[in-house]
Design a protein around this ligand. Structure first.
Ligand SMILES: Cc1ncc(COP(=O)(O)O)c(C=O)c1O
Length: 406
């Protein structure tokens, strides 16, 4: 770099696969909303993807104690602290009734890193990955970065955003390497009932397709729904199942960056080799905090769950009263994902938004309400609203939306 000359970016020198990455829309909406708020605008943010509660005290205390332990000031094993890997194995038995060994665990820098490393470990150029849409925004980008091809399978409000074995079979080709299975789902809040999980797992096993099961929202389920791990529901798929998980959503620990992969041992060895040349171990203090979280009492988040449930109902009630909006009641996670097709094309504040992207821009500029347009999730015509914000903010934000959309 020539510090005396004008600053120039040689865009053609950027690797084409990296140059093609579309930035995370959810983080972008978040950044724009925060910038507006910093400028004094009273923005209500339905865009974020993180609990608004502080991390519980006993977890913070464990981290503070870990800071003073000299062994935590040093490098540690790439795959994770042995105590934490053991705790993850015990937690997997407790929560998913799956017996695994600590050697089947690799601890990663958050769930997103688990997703990246799992795909990178599994995929080769030209592999096809079945991706139910709407999908979490990072999936297609990561799949493409691996040289593989995301094959979107659309779902809609009619099926409560759940796909069927028939759809999977229709999308299958000899190049199909893996299926992404996320239940509870970001962005839709859909939760697959146990019999559907079993059917999908058995289909994958029968086709020799790997399942990347993202279980990061496993504890956030409502209305008596049950999260069922696909490797438990369909034991035949367990040998080709990679579970992705982390502490971010359950324990309000998004900033701590601890996630993990659970997979067959040879897969974990390969993923650990990858990580050994990439990030090495995850921050030891954060690992100790994660260990405290998953070995601690499960009732710490019972109160959070109760509050999410109240907010979910109030958001759903208010949004359903708006003409032209069709919103299934979310069964899990902390997102509502309404179709806004019935609103598009109407006159709103002197404009006629034709897409959910334009509608989201209008909501932000006119009502100071931030939502994420469905385009970010492979679902134009929809928007995502998080209910990880206070009830008062939900009422304020939804009242403004209702007023604007009339
Ligand atoms: C489905 C899904 N998987 C993984 C992640 C990543 O979580 P983390 O914050 O641990 O990286 C997210 C975060 O939004 C998510 O929604």
């Amino acid at each position: 770099m020539n510090s005396s000359g004008p600053s120039r970016t040689y865009i053609s020198d950027i690797s084409p696969s990296v140059a093609a990455i579309i930035p995370s829309a959810t983080l972008e909406v978040d950044a724009r909303a925060k910038a507006l708020r910093a400028a004094g605008e009273p923005v209500v943010e339905f865009g974020g993807g993180e609990p608004d509660f502080p991390t519980p005290d006993f977890i913070v205390e464990a981290a503070a104690a870990a800071c003073r332990e000299v062994s935590n000031h040093r490098y540690s094993p790439t795959a994770g602290l042995p105590d934490l890997r053991e705790a993850i194995a015990a937690k997997t038995l407790r929560d998913s009734s799956l017996e695994i060994s600590p050697s089947q665990v690799v601890v990663t820098n958050g769930g997103k890193h688990a997703v990246y490393n799992a795909f990178r470990t599994l995929l080769s150029t030209g592999d096809e990955v079945l991706l139910p849409a709407p999908y979490w925004t990072s999936y297609p980008e990561i799949i493409r970065l691996c040289g593989a091809v995301p094959v979107e399978i659309p779902t809609s409000t009619k099926s409560m955003y759940r796909l069927s074995v028939e759809q999977l079979e229709a999308a299958w080709t000899p190049q199909t390497k893996a299926l992404v299975f996320v239940s509870p789902s970001n962005p839709t809040g859909a939760v697959y009932p146990p019999d559907e999980v079993e059917a999908i797992g058995n289909w994958a096993a029968s086709r020799g397709v790997w399942v990347l099961a993202d279980e990061i929202y496993e504890h956030l389920v409502y209305d008596g729904n049950e999260h069922r791990s696909i490797a438990k529901a369909a034991p035949a798929v367990a040998e080709r199942c990679v579970i992705l998980n982390g502490v971010a959503k359950t324990y309000a620990m998004t900033g701590w960056r601890v996630g993990w992969i659970v997979a067959p041992e040879p897969f974990v060895k390969a993923a650990t080799n990858l990580q050994s040349h990439q990030t090495s171990n995850v921050c030891n203090v954060a690992q100790r905090a994660a260990q405290a979280a998953i070995t601690g009492p499960l009732d710490v988040f019972a109160e959070m769950l109760l509050q999410f449930d109240r907010r979910r109902r109030s958001l759903h009630r208010m949004i359903s009263e708006i003409e032209g909006v069709d919103c299934p009641l979310p069964q899990g996670a902390f997102y509502a994902f309404p179709s806004v097709e019935g609103v598009l094309g109407r006159e709103i504040a002197g404009r006629h938004p034709e897409t959910s992207l334009e509608l989201a821009e209008l909501l932000l500029s006119e009502a100071k309400v931030a939502v994420v347009p469905g385009e970010a999730f492979g679902a134009p015509g929809c928007v995502r609203l998080s209910f990880a914000l206070s009830s008062a903010q939900i009422v304020e934000g939804m009242s403004r939306v209702a007023e604007l959309l009339g």
